[in-house]
Ligand binder design. Sequence first.
Ligand SMILES: [Zn+2]
Length: 295
Amino acid sequence: MIDKLAKAARDPGLAWAWAYSRWRPQRAVTRSVALARRAGLRQPHFILSFDCDTDADSAVVGAMHARLRSGGLSPLYAVAGEVLAASADDYRAIAQDGAVFLNHGFRRHAEIDPASGDVASTYFYGAVSRADWQDDIRRGDEAIGDILDQRPNGFRTPHFASFESPRDLVALWQFLSELGYRYSSSTRPLFGLRYGPFFTRAGIIEFPVSGCLSEPGQILDSWGLIRGGDGTSRRLLDELRAYLASMEADQPGLLNIYLDPADVAADEDVLAMLTRFAPYSAGDFASLLGEARHG
Ligand SMILES: [Zn+2]
């Protein structure tokens, strides 16, 4: 509670967005549509990314990628550098198939408890010095260059909601700008509720991840809805179905979601549901912006 109050004092707009999403979920959804129109989106769009934080993600990523590609999707991948290095061949194969990678830092930031299979978060940018996280971003960039021969232009901070004070975010965007990056997708749905499906700060275009239509402040991801829920994909499927219905009704907007491969790769219901979004797939951030400008 103290932590929540301190956060609210640092960034009152975030507290406002939280209250709004909590008490007026329907109005929050209406607001998202209005902000999408203002951003130039005339149609529904879909961007899918996968965060690969552990070797369990690497073990399933190849087969999952092939399944989604055959369903008409081309996901983005955010892989921590150490995870990338440990399974270089698997990631090289999907990079050669055209997959675009986001820099997701270098150090591992999650570990699996061998007994329970639970995933624990281990490395937070908010808990280390500025020099430390900047070094992590630089090494993450080098890892993608060395291993995949790609020059990333997008970044995702390890762990949502842990590095998002106004000061942290400005420092992050400025640093990414200096490195020559163009995109970041590091913020929670509350930022989308405040500023729209994407917004520019310090030369970086930030794409907040999307929230659930039933609960706009809640990230629509496998971490919260499967691991943090009842352990099944039921809620994830319900939330995706709700988005699909609004997209089929031509509601303008961007559904920008990320999932963890290990949580969904063996779940054919989830994979099949994802491929139903293929008609709306924007691929990457650059093509979405192209659509927004010319839409
Ligand atoms: Zn991660």
